[in-house]
Design a protein around this ligand. Structure first.
Ligand code: NAP
Length: 470
């Protein structure tokens, strides 16, 4: 096949792959179309790889096949073994690998052709290696903090922000120096080293609680590095896919910050997660009411309107299937059951939607915070299943609380509140929740899945047989 025919074929493959990426990303916007979107993106990636392998500059396929085989095996192992609750750190690891690939390609490119590259190529290469290197170590730090291999609390010292900003400008200065004088190999390698160090220092002062936002931001950096690689190599699919990755990562980090009422600068430089200065009354001075599943079931039996608030604990206990059974039972006896989904419930965006979809809960029953928050006042029972921070009224009332200002679900406004969790332990933000001590709240202790199963059993005892089998 002639080079021109081959190039046309590659161009076409890349064009179709780009369309699949764009439409795939768009389909991810709704739970109904998300699965299809994922398949479109997968097909796009296959086409992008095929197009790249068609390139006539490939001299030997040996190492490509070896790398592909190792990557495929590792990918399958990671995908199969990672539990849903560890998805954020798995994503961080993927970003580290992606950024490492971009950095190594950039370094190899400079080693081979650095001195003969033109200014535009060098700008792209500098960008690629700088963002790539800091994303590798930044993502590994995020992984370590979330996996609890590193301390999750923010590590801070005096003058940290000034030092980090100074280091960033030094790295950028070295990159500019290399662009002006591409023979300055030492400056290039020092820049790579400093950018690698910068990734560590950037994530060090950020608490584990903010890691998912940081991961979304690093996702964006990895995308920018990939896009820059595309410019350096003259590869269109890398430019497009990198730009999509860069933009979506940035948008996601902004959405997540908003849901926590924080700015990106506060996430990056605010050292969130230090010992809270909350003014909330200490838990020791307050009392709470605990209830057994049969007591809770008798209240549910008479409820007309129920709102379920799922949280991280539902994911840990994999209670979604039991929750689906409970929903069906309540509906059969005429109770209106809906789900209130907080944008940062769980440990990753869309966490609750994915779990409930897996259990077959109808999408029409899932309501975003803004859609349902005003309805809690007209709700008989709010069942909180393994959620904590997302229903903590301190976010509204306690200016000293680390989560003050974060929009929350108004579950406390329901006539009765049932909290299903194992103990009085705090959630992700590490703070006490005054909702648990309110007179209309009952704590039903135990693993969420077991408690919901017990509720189903007790409710069946109470519900007339006709309703049960209807
Ligand atoms: P949460 O505040 O972390 O609370 C989860 C609760 O689940 C815990 O209090 C825990 O209490 C309970 N739990 C754990 N295992 C359980 C089990 N097997 N059975 C029953 N209960 C169990 O969760 P959330 O309300 O979903 O809030 C999410 C938090 O993550 C927020 O602070 C949010 O800002 C943060 N975050 C989320 C994202 C995201 O994208 N979703 C991103 C960044 C940060 P016990 O130990 O007493 O059972």
């Amino acid at each position: 096949m002639s080079h021109s025919v081959l190039n046309t074929l590659i161009g076409l493959t890349y064009f179709v792959a780009s369309l699949l990426f764009i439409f795939g990303l768009r389909s991810l916007g709704s739970p109904r179309t998300a699965r299809r979107g994922m398949h479109m993106a997968e097909l796009g990636m296959v086409l992008a790889i095929v197009g790249t392998l068609l390139n006539h500059e490939v001299i030997s396929f040996t190492w490509i096949v070896v790398g592909g085989a190792i990557g495929t095996v590792l990918g399958i192992i990671i995908a199969v073994w990672t539990p849903m609750t560890a998805m954020p750190q798995r994503t961080a690891l993927s970003h580290a690998f992606g950024a490492l690939a971009a950095s190594l390609v950039g370094i190899a490119h400079f080693y081979e052709k650095g001195a003969s590259m033109n200014t535009i190529e060098l700008v792209a290469l500098g960008f690629e290696v700088m963002f790539g290197s800091l994303t590798v170590t930044g993502s590994l730090m995020a992984f370590g903090k979330l996996q609890e291999w590193l301390p999750g609390r923010p590590v801070t010292y005096k003058g940290q922000n000034v030092f980090n900003v100074g280091l960033f400008f030094t790295i950028a200065g070295l990159a500019i120096y290399v662009i002006i004088d591409p023979t300055a190999a030492t400056a290039f390698y020092v820049m790579v080293g400093l950018a690698t160090l910068f990734g560590v220092l950037l994530v060090l002062p950020i608490g584990a609680a903010d890691m998912p936002v940081v991961i979304a931001l690093l996702n964006s950096y990895a995308g920018l590095a990939a896009s820059a690689t595309g410019f350096a190599l003259g590869n269109n699919i890398l430019i497009i896919a990198g730009a999509l990755d860069g933009a979506s990562g940035l948008i996601l980090s902004i959405i997540m910050s908003k849901a926590m009422n924080r700015s990106i600068t506060n996430v990056l430089f605010g050292a969130f997660g230090k010992a809270p200065e909350s003014t909330a009354k200490s838990a020791a001075t307050l009392t709470y009411r605990s209830a057994t599943p049969d007591e809770a079931a008798s209240i549910l039996d008479t409820a007309e309107r129920v709102v379920v608030v799922p949280g991280y604990g539902m994911a840990v206990s994999q209670a979604q299937h039991a929750v689906k059974k409970l929903t069906e039972l309540l509906e059969r006896k005429g109770t209106d059951v809906r789900f209130a989904i907080h944008p940062v419930a769980g440990r990753m965006p869309g966490h609750m939607n994915v779990l409930l979809a897996e259990a077959g809960v109808d999408y029409d029953k899932l309501f975003d915070m803004d859609q349902i928050n005003d309805d809690f006042e007209r709700t008989d029972v709010a069942i909180i299943i393994g959620a904590n921070d997302v229903v903590n009224p301190a976010a509204r009332s306690d200016p000293g609380s680390p989560i003050f200002g974060m929009p929350i679900l108004n579950a406390d406004k329901a006539r009765s509140v049932m909290v299903l969790k194992r103990s009085m332990s705090p959630g992700f933000a590490g703070i006490d929740n005054e909702l648990f001590y309110k007179p209309n709240t009952m704590m039903v202790f135990g693993d969420a899945a077991k408690t919901v199963d017990a509720l189903v059993t007790e409710l069946k005892e109470l519900t007339p047989a006709a309703a049960r089998s209807a």
